[in-house]
Design a protein around this ligand. Sequence first.
Ligand SMILES: Cc1cc2nc3c(=O)[nH]c(=O)nc-3n(C[C@H](O)[C@H](O)[C@H](O)COP(=O)(O)OP(=O)(O)OC[C@H]3O[C@@H](n4cnc5c(N)ncnc54)[C@H](O)[C@@H]3O)c2cc1C
Length: 239
Amino acid sequence: MKRNWEGVVLKVMGAKDFTLEVTGREEITPDFLRVHVRDGGLLKASGLHPTMWIRLWFHDSGKAHQRAYTLVNASPADGTFSMDFAMHQGVAADWARSVQIGDTIDATVQGSSFALPEPTQRRIWVVGDPASIPAINSLLDARGTVPVTAWLEYQHDADTSLEVRTAPGDVVTWIPRKRDGAALVEDVCGSLTSNSVAVAEDFFWIACEASSTRAIVKHLRKGLGVDKHRIDALGYWRA
Ligand SMILES: Cc1cc2nc3c(=O)[nH]c(=O)nc-3n(C[C@H](O)[C@H](O)[C@H](O)COP(=O)(O)OP(=O)(O)OC[C@H]3O[C@@H](n4cnc5c(N)ncnc54)[C@H](O)[C@@H]3O)c2cc1C
């Protein structure tokens, strides 16, 4: 298993390695593919939590590239899960586009952890896009009766048909990606104000393009004074 320096650092940090075997591939939309895998013992060894992600190792021109993907429909009993790939040009997306049944891929578990804060929140505010929809759906499944307001940025018309597992009372707004993400940031920050947000009672989960994620977190922390423990934010990709 050839790795770059990141693989060595992860090993020192106690990362666990597994080999996944592809058992199928599904086109959810032309720009969103689902790959089914046997887990090589990953779920039994690592457990499962909402928004759980793993590091996949792709090889291109003799180099190893690590990319994060979220577990979908995981079954520890069967030792299977799926992963959803938002399509663009990149080693990970290209792999999903051409992968065959029986292909294998190395995966490392290190760094994923998440638990909804206690006590229960008044409202959860979510910002994401197709890359984070798998994680958002696992969050929606885990949030009990807490209402959710979500903004989802999209680049392909079919993205808006992707399943978002909302409940009555949730609000989802799809925003086309415009001006390098500024349209999303302006809409979200314009809506998250001291009138709409209960700073000490709400929870914020942000996972979109890296600079958009940063801008929204800055608005929450500096503009509204939200405590960092009420924010879970991670740039999921870099424009
Ligand atoms: C914790 C975590 C979990 C994630 N889970 C998922 C998941 O379940 N499904 C998923 O699809 N992605 C997920 N991502 C995002 C994924 O890791 C990145 O999109 C990654 O960069 C894709 O790698 P690549 O090799 O295909 O493209 P890269 O080589 O990284 O990028 C190539 C080009 O594609 C563009 N690009 C990369 N990602 C996207 C994107 N999502 N949308 C539009 N353009 C893009 C880049 O700007 C660049 O120009 C997750 C990220 C994190 C941090």
